[in-house]
Design a protein around this ligand. Structure first.
Ligand code: NAP
Length: 284
């Protein structure tokens, strides 16, 4: 599994990780097996959140990584409504208990909310001092919100923003206009969530679907692998597809080895145009 330096953390993190949203709806044993298969294949970046299944998914992840915690780059997220200073610390403690671990590799603010960032960041700093989080980051922040967060972080003692987790797939490329460049110029990692459009992957018979299928055939690959390789063409990018079936996990992991040529990248770019710049960042 190809790895990249994850923003300012200096950590080597696999370019393709594993999402877990809605996993509480899946067959539990199969989902646990899928996550473990992903770890076997080097997809050690595991993304979860207190939101998912109202804590149930963190418990499932805890089961999946039991005995293998040291292999995992474990990420969870605090809900904005919980993100006061004390609330952030308390939410993280609850997540750690459900995940059966004493620390997270990365803790994210799930989206911008009502609590002042300075308070949330004071909570992150307290958690870091206690060794409960090794790094922290953001999710769903547009370029203006990111600039404000970077300024708030610089005014405190929390250290640097490690990443911004953003909605990014072939049919939703809006973050390429400003949100990705804002991260890149600050050395912040970009984590693409819902890289398959969260279940709305282009159909084979659509124009774009045909382009993906043709390129896939030339590489003995699949359209989803081509899609992931396209999203990962930028050096700041990581992706966290969710899959509860071990065979899906294996297909996704193999995408890390696929390198697309300039003509192929151009064809995909034309088939899935990034569209006009819009205010804010898209969310799901
Ligand atoms: P996604 O990864 O775009 O798509 C997941 C869907 O694709 C599932 O139905 C899955 O099926 C299917 N799938 C995966 N690999 C496949 C394959 N190789 N072949 C066929 N189908 C495949 O959707 P997502 O769950 O919305 O996004 C990924 C992760 O990003 C989430 O799980 C979550 O961790 C994170 N996320 C973060 C935010 C945020 O606000 N920060 C928001 C949304 C998502 P099976 O499960 O049946 O395998």
């Amino acid at each position: 599994m190809q790895q990249r330096t994850f923003g300012p953390t200096g950590r080597q993190v696999p370019v393709i990780g594993q999402g877990t949203w809605n996993m509480e709806r899946d067959d539990r044993a199969l989902a646990v097996a899928a996550l473990r298969r992903g770890l076997d294949l080097g997809m050690t970046h595991v993304d979860t959140a207190e939101l998912y299944g109202d804590g149930e998914v963190e418990e499932l992840v805890g089961e999946a990584i039991a005995g293998r915690r040291h292999e995992v780059f474990l990420v969870s997220k605090v809900l904005p409504d919980n993100a006061s200073r004390r609330g952030t610390v308390a939410a993280c403690d609850r997540s750690l208990a459900r995940l059966r671990t004493d620390h997270l590799d990365l803790y994210l603010l799930h989206w911008p909310g009502r609590h002042p960032l300075a308070d949330t960041f004071a909570g992150f700093a307290e958690l870091a001092r206690a060794g409960k989080i090794l790094a922290w980051g953001l999710s769903n922040f547009d370029e203006r919100e990111l600039a404000a967060a970077v300024a708030a972080a610089a005014a405190g003692e929390v250290g640097q923003v490690a990443c911004n987790q953003l909605f990014y797939h072939l049919e939703e490329r809006a973050i390429e206009h400003a949100a990705i460049p804002a991260c890149e110029e600050r050395g912040i990692a970009v984590v693409a969530y819902s890289p398959f459009g969260s279940g709305r992957f282009p159909r084979r018979e659509s124009r774009g679907g045909r382009v993906l299928a043709e390129i896939a055939a030339a590489h003995d690959a699949t359209p989803r692998q081509v899609a992931l390789a396209f999203l990962l063409r930028l050096p700041s990018l990581f992706a966290i597809p969710k899959a509860s079936r071990p065979e899906h996990v294996a297909e996704n992991a193999a995408a890390a080895d696929l390198v697309l040529g300039p003509d192929e990248l151009r064809r995909i770019d034309q088939a899935f145009p990034r569209g006009r710049r819009r205010p804010g960042v898209p969310t799901i």
